[in-house]
Design a protein around this ligand. Structure first.
Ligand code: PBG
Length: 323
């Protein structure tokens, strides 16, 4: 046997493998999601080993450490006290609320830190839904969009660089864009959770924020995991409504969707390696069933290879340390 084509020649040394490497993961591709709360203790999250609900001081230390290893952007997720949750989630636009206060504190310390915020009602909703629930138990689209617009404005006024609506209501990107522009926030970007699936992989996140739906599920607004064409429809709408960046979520189980969105848009594509993906990897690695540094890197490279420009990942600090 004398094959003229021997692909192994291009794998014969680290240098030659380096010539051939098609995908690269750098610090600039990472966004670090962080959970925050009002308390003075840093609370470990049982289903997300290594992640915490940070106190204001704990958060500063964590951001300092992440910033030090080159993580330039973070996204904030607030755990809101039960007593502040209401059916319309009014706390979501309180100018003295946990998120705006945290943004101001971080910006005063690190003006160059890029701060993203999640726009949705679930952390603030006594129903645990991303929108306002009608007496009949349906999620009210247009009423919700009005409240989300206030939330996005609240984050922009506090200094957020990018607002990221994760609620999957129809028409929210154009409504938020119009509201931001009318207040002079032309430079605040919108990262739309374009294809956000009704996924089982958000379980640990909902533990972290105690934000699980109190009844029913999110299937009337989040997408059916069986669908990919529908993601392209959401993409067209988000582009037309003025999204600056688009996101697919979760990431690992939806690499085909990332690829299809990548091919269909010129906008930057984000992917969110969600809490359940993190928990699966951490769980197996803690038991010694997987080699953590290799498995985590492979999971992130795969998301990049599928076409994501940027990845939201709870591994951001850890990976940046190892790069
Ligand atoms: C809320 C939101 C969720 C996540 C990000 N924003 C949960 C949900 O939709 O129920 C999940 C992130 C993760 O699991 O890491 N709108």
């Amino acid at each position: 046997m004398h094959p003229t084509q021997r692909p192994r020649r291009n794998r014969k040394s680290a240098t030659i493998r380096g010539y051939c490497r098609e995908t690269h993961l750098g610090r600039e591709h990472l966004v670090y999601p962080l959970f925050i709360h009002e308390g003075s203790d840093d609370q470990p999250i049982a289903s997300m080993p290594g992640c915490h609900r940070w106190s204001p001081d704990g958060l500063l230390k964590e951001v300092e450490a992440a910033h030090h290893v080159g993580v330039g952007s973070i996204i904030l997720f607030p755990a809101i006290d039960e007593s502040l949750k209401t059916s319309r989630g009014e706390e979501s636009s309180n100018p003295e609320g946990l998120v705006p206060n945290t943004i101001r504190r971080l910006k005063s310390q690190w003006p160059d830190l890029t701060i993203l915020t999640d726009v949705a009602l679930d952390p603030y909703s006594s129903d645990g839904h991303d929108g306002i629930v009608s007496p009949e138990g349906t999620i009210l689209n247009d009423e919700t969009v009005a409240v989300l617009t206030e939330q996005a404005l609240c984050h922009a006024r506090a200094g957020a660089d990018i607002v990221a609506p994760s609620d999957m209501m129809d028409g929210r990107v154009s409504a938020i864009r119009a509201a931001l522009d009318s207040e002079g926030f032309q430079d605040v970007s919108i990262l739309s959770y374009t294809a956000k699936y009704a996924s089982a992989f958000y379980g640990p996140f909902r533990d972290a924020l105690d934000s699980a739906p109190r009844f029913g599920d999110k299937k009337t607004y989040q997408m059916d995991p069986a669908n990919a064409r529908e993601a392209l429809r959401e993409l067209r709408l988000d582009e037309a409504e003025g999204a600056d960046m688009v996101m697919v979520k979760p990431a690992g189980p939806y690499l085909d969707v990332i690829r299809r969105i990548r091919e269909a848009t010129t906008l930057p594509v984000f992917a969110y390696q969600v809490s359940g993906e993190y928990a699966m990897l951490k769980g197996a690695c803690e038991r010694g069933w997987l080699d953590e540094s290799r498995a985590v890197m492979e999971s992130l490279l795969s998301i990049r290879r599928a076409g994501a420009d940027v990845i939201l990942t709870y591994f951001a600090r850890q990976i940046a340390e190892s790069l």
